[in-house]
Design a protein around this ligand. Structure first.
Ligand code: ADP
Ligand code: MG
Length: 255
């Protein structure tokens, strides 16, 4: 048995008096893709954000979170900073909100390398071009001086993926990264993520409301509703023999 890369146990998240996540638990093995699926408002995003303590300060988080043997719940902010963007990459639904509109693409990707790898500008430039090429940005040398608004939505998401993968993370957390994209672009981005995940043998926590994406991308699935995970298992098992009433409802409602 391989030891889990990430273990979450008894995770509870509240905002003021309102508890929105009620004792959630799951594990991800190295190289494994786990999909967290559920309808809007079920608590997927706050669960993901709590792993690296990225929730706003008014959120109250309790529970056990261990990553690569480190107890994240007990970690200090400086050690969490070393894990974020380095051992764990993150991508979100709307890349425009994560990219700085007034800095060029080359500078932003370069900064990720400079912060975590201490590369000098020239070496960083070569790596930035390589990275942008690896995520399918055509003519990357010529895009370095572009600002985010000069790229298409799909290209912006590719830049975000390049930044998330720049430091070879052991885990990628992807929170609905294709929800804002057209279906054809979505298919390309999903194919890129799957290929990178397999090539790097990287684990992935993929958050989505789309069962088709779960089928395409994930090894295992955790079904979330109303702040609880009601069912977890290999995708083929859960889809062919759903055990929980809510999973049956979700499968019946899917196109
Ligand atoms: P999902 O990602 O599954 O759509 P979220 O994790 O974003 O759902 O939200 C789960 C619940 O937590 C929702 O009821 C949402 O309104 C609430 N919530 C999320 N962020 C905040 C916040 N900053 N303050 C108060 N409530 C929040
Ligand atoms: Mg969400």
């Amino acid at each position: 048995m391989t030891a889990p890369l990430l273990t979450v146990r008894d995770l509870t998240i509240s905002f003021g008096q309102t508890e929105v996540v009620h004792g959630v638990g799951f594990e991800i093995k190295p190289g494994e893709a786990l999909a967290l699926v559920g309808e809007s408002g079920s608590g997927k995003s706050v669960t993901a954000a709590s792993i690296l303590r990225l929730l706003p300060p008014q959120a109250h988080v309790a529970g056990f979170i261990s990553f690569e043997g480190t107890d994240l719940a007990a970690s200090t902010e400086p050690s969490l900073r070393g894990i974020r963007g380095n051992r764990v990459g993150m991508i979100f639904q709307e890349p425009m909100s994560s990219l700085n509109p007034v800095h060029t693409v080359g500078r932003q990707v370069g900064e990720v390398l400079a912060v975590h790898q201490g590369l000098r500008p020239n070496a960083a430039r070569v790596r930035v071009v390589e990275l942008l090429r690896s995520v399918g940005i055509p003519d990357p040398e010529r895009r370095l001086e572009d600002y985010p608004h000069q790229l298409s939505g799909g290209q912006r998401q590719r830049v975000m993926i390049a930044m998330a993968l720049a430091n070879d993370p052991a885990l990628l957390i992807a929170d609905e990264p294709t929800t804002a994209l057209d279906v054809t672009v979505e298919a390309q981005i999903l194919a890129l993520l799957k290929a990178e995940q397999q090539r790097r043998n990287m684990a992935m926590l993929f958050i989505t409301h789309d069962l088709g994406i779960v089928r395409r991308l994930a090894d295992r699935v955790a079904v979330m509703t109303d702040g609880r995970i009601v069912e977890t298992g290999p995708v083929a098992d859960v889809f062919s023999r759903p055990q929980h009433e809510y999973t049956r409802h979700l499968l019946a409602a899917a196109p």
